[in-house]
Write a protein that binds this ligand. Structure first.
Ligand SMILES: [Mg+2]
Length: 163
């Protein structure tokens, strides 16, 4: 049971949209992938920042949330994208493949309705979420105290997070 989900998008978030010349930012590494259903002879170029994997891994360890892919990459997020960032397989929201011509049909992001359906069927324990709010300081999850030494620098007692 979880008290919160962290829904993670990929396009425009982890994978930046290509620049005019078709390349990515200098911080990102180019990869070629073949999404499910695509022609193996026509791999798709993507750009990923290798620092994002450790950043997300650290976030998953420090914040009591359940990470979930929420992306049009569907299951490929766990098989094609996550491994390139060193991330374990994660569940994903089943967004379907709606026949739409705009990303904001009826004025809302196209993911809104499938995310709403997914949340209604999720295992989110709303009673625990509401009862948990007033007592955030007594979290049942292993949240690191702000002044505790950072795990990567146990000798450093300043509590600062290394860069
Ligand atoms: Mg996006």
């Amino acid at each position: 049971m979880t008290i919160a989900y962290l829904l993670i998008d990929i396009d425009g978030v982890l994978i930046p949209f290509p620049r005019q010349r078709g390349n990515g930012p200098a911080t990102h590494v180019r990869h070629l992938v073949i999404p499910t259903g695509y022609d193996a002879a026509k791999p798709v170029p993507i750009w990923l920042n290798p620092a994002h994997g450790p950043m997300l891994t650290n976030l998953f360890q420090e914040v009591p949330v359940t990470p979930v892919w929420c992306t049009s990459w569907h299951g490929d997020a766990s098989t094609l994208i996550g491994p390139k960032l060193g991330l374990p397989p994660l569940p994903h929201v089943e967004l379907g493949r709606p026949a739409i011509t705009t990303s904001h049909p009826n004025g809302y992001l196209w993911k809104r309705d499938p995310v709403t359906r997914w949340l209604r069927s999720s295992r989110l324990d709303r009673r625990r979420l509401h009862s948990h709010r007033p007592r955030l300081g007594r979290s049942p999850y292993p949240v690191r105290h702000p002044n505790a030494p950072h795990p990567a620098r146990p000798h450093d007692r300043s509590g600062t997070v290394p860069p």
